[in-house]
Design a protein. Structure first.
Length: 45
């Protein structure tokens, strides 16, 4: 009984963690693109 409870806790925690990571991953290209474009334009000046 105790092992099953620990397994479910870990399963739920890892699922929640992966959901947060997936949602955060959506913003990464935007942030990287903004910083890359900004640094690129400073090199052009």
């Amino acid at each position: 009984m105790q092992v099953a409870d620990r397994w479910h806790l870990m399963e739920n925690a890892s699922a929640a963690f992966l959901d947060v990571v997936r949602k955060s991953m959506l913003a990464i290209p935007t942030v990287i693109g903004a910083k890359t474009n900004k640094s690129w334009t400073t090199h052009l000046r």
